[in-house]
Design a protein around this ligand. Structure first.
Ligand SMILES: [Zn+2]
Length: 222
C-alpha cells in the first residue's frame, strides 16, 4: 500500500551515511533501525500543551460570588438618580453588585461601594455633561503566588461606551500582593452624567482575558 512513494524523499542513514528512502524504518544498507523518536517527542509535547491549555480554560475557575459584606451597601452604594440598589440586585443576573464578595482563581474581591466623586482639584474636573464616579474595592490574594493588582486592569463602560479612567492621589489600588495579603482602594472614571448603565470590568488574568463584571449603575425603564 505504502509503496506508492517512489524515490521522492530521501534521508541519510545516521549510521552508515548512505542515502535511503525517507520512510525506511530499517536502513537497506546497514540494517540499522532508523529511530524516529524525535518526532514523537515533539508530538507528545504538543499534546501536553493542548491538554494544559484546555484544562486551564475549562471554566472551573470562573469567578463566583462567595458572600456579601455584612450590613452591606451603606450610603456608598447609592447611585445617582435615587435608584434603589436592592431592586437592582434582583434585576441584574449578570455581573456582581455592591456588597458582593467574589472569588476568582487567586483573588477574593470585595465590591465595597460606588458613588459619585467630587474632585477638589480645580484643574481636574469633569467635562461638561460628565461626572466622576468612584468604585471602592478590596483585593485579597488567596493564591499561593504573588498577585499584581492594578487599577489599570479596570475598564468602564457607560451605556456600552468605553469610559476614560481618572487617577487621583492617595486612593491607589495598585499593589503586588504576597499570598494572603490585601489591598484596598478606589478606581475613578469620567462618565456621562445621564448614563443609564455603568459597568466595570476587571481583568483577572491577562493571558486568558478573564473578566469580572461589576454593576455600578443600572436604571430601569427607558
Ligand atoms: Zn545505514
Amino acid at each position: 500500500m505504502g509503496d506508492k512513494q517512489k524515490n521522492g524523499k530521501m534521508k541519510t542513514c545516521k549510521y552508515c551515511q548512505s542515502e535511503i528512502p525517507a520512510k525506511a524504518k530499517i536502513c537497506p544498507n546497514c540494517r540499522k533501525k532508523q529511530k524516529r523518536i524525535g518526532k514523537w517527542i515533539v508530538i507528545a509535547i504538543v499534546i501536553i500543551i493542548i491538554i494544559a491549555a484546555a484544562s486551564s480554560g475549562s471554566g472551573k475557575d470562573e469567578p463566583k460570588k462567595v458572600g456579601e459584606v455584612s450590613g452591606s451597601s451603606g450610603e456608598g452604594s447609592s447611585n445617582n438618580g435615587g435608584t434603589d440598589n436592592k431592586q437592582n440586585q434582583e434585576v441584574n443576573d449578570s455581573g456582581f453588585n455592591v456588597g458582593d464578595i467574589v472569588e476568582s482563581e487567586n483573588l477574593r474581591i470585595t465590591f465595597i461601594s460606588t458613588s459619585d466623586y467630587t474632585s477638589d482639584n480645580q484643574f481636574l474636573q469633569p467635562k461638561e455633561g460628565y461626572k466622576y464616579i468612584q468604585a471602592e474595592f478590596e483585593f485579597e490574594n488567596i493564591g499561593k503566588n504573588d498577585e499584581f493588582v492594578s487599577e489599570v486592569d479596570f475598564s468602564c463602560y457607560a451605556d456600552g461606551y468605553d469610559m476614560e479612567e481618572k487617577y487621583f492621589d492617595g486612593a491607589s489600588l495598585s499593589a503586588t500582593l504576597s499570598a494572603g495579603k490585601k489591598t484596598k482602594g478606589a478606581v475613578f472614571f469620567e462618565v456621562p452624567a445621564d448614563a443609564k448603565e455603568i459597568i466595570l470590568e476587571y481583568e483577572t488574568n491577562y493571558w486568558t482575558e478573564k473578566k469580572i463584571v461589576f454593576n455600578v449603575l443600572k436604571t430601569e425603564g427607558e
